[in-house]
Design a protein around this ligand. Structure first.
Ligand code: AHR
Length: 487
């Protein structure tokens, strides 16, 4: 079987936003404590940051990091995490003991060392407008007021100028502390956004969409919260996690669902735009996405409170990596509307980077497609007009066997492709006649066909890539992710 693409520099979708290569650090399990932060570890720096994890974060090409939650933020008092007095608290979201040894200033110092942009979330579960404004004043106001002077007293003379702020987290979810109806949340988010802009007009604000597209209120929630807060916000959030759960054929096509989810949210946001007669378009922030074997997770509604418990430390497989690669293709294909995306989470919690306390840090399979896409997808995303055989999946219905995207930059072209069939290879034929003379500079392949559940899947060169007379041909193995760089 074969599938065809056409690459033409005139078919532009949008510039590649670096913010699509975001990640997420939540005070959950061992993401912060013994993940990115472990004073006394042999590789810890003077702040207690694990330099092995910092190196891997940079290697991965992470651009934005969302913090401090997640469900955690909906019960969080940010003041506990700044200054010399750090009270120990119960975290009700994950039944943890939170020591608050790591807080805003530690996170900001970590982001600077990692070379990433911070994306903060405010608590709209147990708290509201005032605390969000206080936090923003502490972080972004130069000096001469109570909160900004407190930051200066805490040793940070210059304001941080944090741009991206999430207005709460998953407020539609009944599990959320301070869960709200769409009307309750929409009003609160709108008023919080208006007040935050009075403190700092330069902020970019993210309104909570649904926790996932299977929520009973999905669609209606988006429409209602946007009707309340359309003018006050810049982005609407999306969250989605996928798992194999005994159906590899469907799982390999999971990005079809992500694609439909994005299209549905765009349609809903544009419906509200029409209804309100506005010209501004709402952008999307896909600020939690990943593979997560959620059916194996038993929840933490009961049991003892623990300090940095081992939570959802999933070990990823070759198939997971192929699917993660396909999610990145999907996000890039929607780069005209999806401006921010965060893989959840960075360390230990369903993460590309795992650590052992006192011991090493290592890359999981899903690390590789992320790192290679972040490195090579540059410049402008192109619409590639794929023509592909179809697969029939029990979970997602009809799915194109080929998922692909291309980017073009000043030095060359990157083609990224996934063959979603678990069983059949696919001949990829790309028409490059409009692009000009190029040669194959490097190729990368992560194939899951032989052993989809291998946890040590490696990236190898993609063999037999040919470029002849403006036609690129490559044989994509079953269940594989490939990247071809042409210069
Ligand atoms: O990333 C893990 C959790 O998943 C987050 O805390 C929450 O927002 C989502 O449900």
């Amino acid at each position: 079987k074969n599938a065809r693409l056409t690459l033409d520099p005139a078919f532009e979708i949008a510039p590649v936003s670096r913010r699509l290569f975001g990640s997420f650090v939540e005070h959950m399990g061992r993401c912060v404590y013994t993940g990115i932060f472990e004073p006394g570890h042999p590789r810890a720096d003077e702040h207690g940051f694990r330099t092995d994890v910092l190196e891997l974060t940079r290697e991965m090409g992470v651009s934005v990091v969302r913090y401090p939650g997640g469900n955690f933020v909906s019960g969080y008092r940010w003041e506990d995490g700044v200054g010399p007095d750090r009270p120990t608290r119960l975290d009700l979201a994950w039944r943890q003991i939170e020591t608050n040894r790591f807080g805003l200033n530690e996170f900001m110092a970590w982001t600077r060392t990692a070379g990433v942009e911070p994306m903060m979330a405010v608590n709209l579960g147990t708290r509201g407008i005032q605390e969000a404004c206080d936090l923003l004043e502490y972080a972004n106001h130069p000096s001469g007021t109570h909160w900004s002077d407190l930051r200066v007293k805490h040793g940070v003379a210059e304001p941080y100028g944090i741009k991206l702020w999430c207005l709460g987290n998953e407020m539609d979810g009944p599990w959320q502390i301070g869960h709200k109806t769409a009307d309750e949340y929409g009003r609160l988010a709108n008023e919080t956004a208006r007040a935050m802009r009075m403190v700092d007009p330069g902020v970019e604000l993210v309104l909570c969409g649904s926790s996932n597209s299977h929520m009973p209120t999905f669609g209606a929630w988006e429409a209602t919260v946007l009707e309340h807060a359309y003018d006050a916000v810049d982005y609407l959030s999306l969250h989605a996690y996928y798992e194999e759960n005994g159906d590899l054929d469907s799982f390999l096509a999971a990005a079809v669902d992500m694609d439909r989810f994005i299209s549905s949210v765009i349609a809903t946001a544009d419906h509200v735009r029409a209804k309100l007669r506005r010209s501004k378009s709402i952008k999307l922030s896909f600020d939690e996405w990943n593979v997560w074997n959620q059916s194996r997770y038993e929840g933490r509604e009961q049991g003892d409170f623990e300090e940095s418990p081992e939570l959802i430390e999933d070990t990823f497989t070759a198939a997971d990596a192929v699917v993660v690669g396909d999610f990145l293709i999907t996000l890039l294909r929607h780069a005209d509307r999806v401006s921010v995306a965060c893989q959840a989470q960075l360390a230990n919690i369903i993460a590309p980077i795992r650590t052992s306390p006192g011991g090493p840090a290592w890359r999981q399979t899903i690390f590789h497609p992320f790192a290679l896409t972040a490195r090579h997808a540059r410049g402008t995303v192109l619409r590639v007009e794929p023509r592909s055989p179809l697969l029939d999946t029990s979970r997602y219905g009809e799915a194109a066997q080929l998922s692909a995207v291309a980017t073009v930059d000043e030095e060359g072209v990157t083609v990224i492709a996934v063959n979603r069939s678990a069983h059949e290879e696919l001949d990829l034929i790309a028409d490059l006649r409009s692009i000009g003379p190029l040669h194959v500079a490097e190729t990368h392949l992560l194939a899951a066909g032989d052993d989809p559940h291998a946890t040590d899947a490696a990236v190898v060169p993609l063999a037999n890539v040919r470029l002849d007379g403006g036609e690129l041909r490559a044989l994509l193995p079953a269940a594989s992710w490939s990247l071809i760089r042409l210069t």
